[in-house]
Design a protein around this ligand. Structure first.
Ligand code: ZN
Length: 361
């Protein structure tokens, strides 16, 4: 007897299918997508992100008798504030009716406008404890301290002092980010979010940030994935001054955690809605495995390298010398995340000291 299944391996997961077709069409036409009604009491509202290739955040608004509950709020800018107000207006609501904001993670394009929403409506702001702790840190609330800490941190990754200072920028440039809303409520893994009429289970999915949350509605199988899983781009996974020691290890584990969930459709915070979570998880996993392999080769050929230099040896979406400012910081923090995972796997070792160097075993 031949076991056909054993011979052919498990069936491949179903392909990815774009369900947010209006969002996808708008992307190709370089327009903002429309506000869309996704259920009798659920809408997606695009909120523009200025000067950012992601273009917009999809804010999800749930309407109930007690008012509106949001997942994420958008980047804090006047243009974004207008877009959020107009979007809520268009569905027959208003910012003043918002009773709560569930924040997938404490990045400015998600939490930024939560502060203004709370000022207008008195809404609560809910975060996972790990991200709540990050936004309350002194080196995130004080612009001078933030810039100095970040520059020092980059020097510890091998950046020359003048280049570190140049890419970090000035306290004035950082000041807006110190206004992020502190949490009124904490949401832990497995807890039900306070959205009347919905059974939104919080799923801790660390990696993109230490306290990233996805929300799974157990009734409909809708997964609000934040930035954990996006249909086109691979979310930035950074080892930085606020991350856990091995954020890529956390991320890869959290991808496997959601892969087995019963998900009908993925509602991400950027780009477009889609089906085929398992296939997308497999693509993202393969992307990082390829990146790890590429970095291991770079470390082997450059023993004693530092993240600041190793980052420049990897393949990026544009030539390395065009990476400046925050792009370069992201590249270095992402390289360090992959180095930390290679360390966890025992494939490389790090030296002791203020500027650790990395060598293959
Ligand atoms: Zn984002």
């Amino acid at each position: 007897m031949t076991d056909v299944r054993a011979a052919t391996g498990p069936a491949a997961p179903p392909d990815i299918e774009i369900t947010g077709t209006a969002q996808h069409r708008a992307w190709q036409e370089r327009q903002l997508p429309p506000v869309e009604q996704l259920a009798p009491d659920l809408w997606s509202i695009p909120v523009h992100i200025p000067h950012n290739p992601l273009r917009y955040v999809s804010v999800y608004a749930f309407a109930g008798p007690a008012g509106l509950t949001l997942i994420d709020a958008g980047w804090d800018s006047d243009e974004g504030w207008d877009a959020l107000q107009a979007g809520l207006d268009g569905i027959g609501g208003a910012v003043a009716q918002v009773r709560g904001v569930l924040v997938t993670h404490a990045h400015f394009d998600h939490i930024g406008l939560a502060r203004r929403v709370r000022e207008v409506s008195g809404a609560w702001v809910a975060l996972h404890p790990a991200d709540a702790a990050v936004v309350s840190r002194p080196d995130f609330r004080d612009a001078h301290l933030a810039v100095a800490t970040q520059a020092r941190w980059l020097q510890a990754q091998g950046a020359p002092a003048d280049e570190a200072a140049a890419v970090v920028g000035t306290p004035e440039q950082y000041a807006a980010f110190t206004t992020m809303a502190l949490a009124d409520r904490l949401l832990r893994h497995g807890e039900l979010a306070d959205v009347p009429g919905w059974t939104l289970r919080a799923i801790h999915t660390p990696g993109h940030t230490p306290g990233h949350l996805c929300f799974l509605d157990e009734r409909t199988g809708l997964l609000f994935s934040g930035d954990h899983v996006l249909p086109r781009i691979s979310p930035n996974i950074s080892a930085d001054r606020a991350s856990d020691p091995d954020p890529l290890g956390d991320y890869l584990a959290a991808l496997q955690d959601i892969r087995s969930l019963d998900v009908r459709e993925v509602l991400p915070a950027h780009e477009w809605r889609f089906r085929g979570l398992q296939a997308r998880v497999d693509q993202l996993t393969a992307h990082h495995e390829a990146r790890l392999a590429e970095l291991l080769v770079a470390v082997r050929t450059n023993p004693g390298g530092v993240p600041w230099d190793l980052a420049g040896l990897l393949t990026w979406s544009r030539p390395w010398d065009q990476y400046d400012g925050h792009m370069r910081i992201f590249a270095v923090t992402e390289t360090l995340a992959h180095l930390r995972q290679l360390l966890t796997r025992g494939l490389i070792v790090a030296s002791e000291g203020p500027v650790p160097t990395y060598t293959a075993v």
